[in-house]
Design a binder for this molecule. Structure first.
Ligand SMILES: *[C@@H]1O[C@H](CO)[C@@H](O)[C@H](O)[C@H]1NC(C)=O
Ligand SMILES: *[C@@H]1O[C@H](CO)[C@@H](O)[C@H](O)[C@H]1NC(C)=O
Ligand SMILES: *[C@@H]1O[C@H](CO)[C@@H](O)[C@H](O)[C@H]1NC(C)=O
Length: 361
């Protein structure tokens, strides 16, 4: 009888402990919700009819979980940021197992080839554009509510929302040879369109209860092997005109983030300047331990930037020596140092300056 009582007591403690962990989170935030494209997609496109998939080798060749649908030899920048925050790998929304307790520490909605605009990436087939990613988050809220009841809004308010869209609105929309968008918009008015749409999407998330945002700007997409190849670069130097478009968008994005920080009460929008960080790594690659900053480790054609990393290609021997894994995406080695920059780096001139301070605030 005593032992039964003891067992029951122990069982209750266990449940309480678990409940505390799941509600308050074992990590520095209870959960992380992720939105964006193939830079963050952990396998959402595996279930879609699309050419933008990475559910085959050699993707994942250096990843403990193996091939998952990530466009990388290892972990994405989000995976590595998650490790720093004490979170497990955040599951893809589209995976049939992503329900119940699996969603308590976050969900990743990112989809390869997708963008801020609905038509971005249509060349590849199906994908989940940002507006649909938000609708999917809305479905997650319903499911969270069934488990966390009146604690749901508090859970969302204390969670980290990472958003990294926009690259594909250039690479797989505006910059395409027969782009309809380019015949209607100048680089400036196109950037305005993106900011207007992304601004609305952020406001939607705020209205759904999100308060801690990490906004990742567009990387120096003029430096990726795909753009070196499509602009016929002979030297491997970054394509300036493309980087300027990204910079123009980024300046407007920063203005919007400043404005939202001032306007939207009780919320914090961190702006991570991934552009400057990545450009610095590319320009000073040897200082970061890389031996190659312009050829993909896995791909085909010039700069290995013309053909996607396919199962028939052998990747480079030592992935840690390369900045780029395939024509579009960085290696695990790059993502490791990038996540540290977001976590500990000096992101903007006001408090909080980095993710570590954001989650502690
Ligand atoms: C994008 O498509 C979704 C439907 O999937 C729709 O709800 C949304 O309004 C569209 N966005 C724009 C800006 O047209
Ligand atoms: C979320 O769902 C509610 C109804 O369940 C709807 O009113 C709202 O417009 C949705 N918001 C977004 C951003 O999809
Ligand atoms: C791979 O490259 C990294 C960075 O240059 C180096 O530190 C490491 O020793 C290399 N590994 C092998 C197995 O050669």
């Amino acid at each position: 009888m005593a032992s039964l009582f003891f067992f029951f007591f122990f069982f209750c403690q266990l449940l309480l402990g678990l409940g505390r962990n799941f509600v308050a989170g074992a990590g520095q935030v209870p959960a992380m919700f992720v939105f964006g494209d193939s830079l963050v997609d952990p396998g959402n496109n595996n279930q879609l009819l699309t050419l933008a998939k990475a559910d085959y080798k050699p993707h994942g060749i250096d990843f403990p979980e193996g091939t998952t649908g990530r466009f990388c030899n290892g972990g994405t920048v989000v995976d590595h940021l998650g490790y720093l925050l004490g979170l497990p790998l955040i599951p893809p929304f589209n995976n049939p197992d992503t329900h119940g307790i699996a969603i308590l520490q976050g969900v990743n909605y990112g989809s390869a080839a997708s963008g801020i605009l609905n038509d971005t990436g249509e060349l590849y087939g199906n994908r989940i554009p940002m507006d649909e990613q938000l609708q999917n988050f809305n479905a997650t809220i319903q499911e969270l509510s069934s488990m966390l009841l009146d604690k749901t809004q508090d859970h969302i308010r204390r969670s980290l929302f990472l958003l990294a869209p926009g690259s594909n609105d250039y690479i797989n929309n505006y910059l395409l040879p027969l782009s309809k968008r380019r015949s209607k918009y100048t680089p400036e008015t196109f950037a305005n369109l993106l900011i207007q749409q992304f601004g609305r999407q952020l406001k939607d998330l705020y209205d759904l209860g999100a308060r801690k945002f990490l906004i990742v700007n567009i990387s120096p997409i003029g430096c990726i092997p795909n753009q070196l190849a499509s602009h016929g670069s002979d030297t491997g130097a970054c394509v300036e005109s493309v980087n300027q478009m990204a910079s123009q968008y980024n300046r407007k994005l920063k203005e919007m983030v400043d404005q939202y920080n001032a306007q939207l009460k009780e919320s914090t929008f961190l702006y991570w300047d991934a552009f400057s960080f990545a450009l610095n790594v590319i320009e000073n690659y040897a200082n970061y331990g890389f031996k190659n900053q312009n050829t993909a480790c896995c791909g085909g054609g010039k700069w290995k930037g013309q053909v996607l990393c396919l199962p028939v290609f052998s990747p480079c021997q030592n992935r840690s020596e390369y900045v780029f894994w395939d024509p579009y995406h960085p290696t695990d080695a790059f993502n490791v140092i990038a996540s540290k920059d977001a976590y500990q780096g000096n992101l903007q001139a006001s408090f909080p300056r980095n993710v570590q301070q954001l989650v502690e605030s």
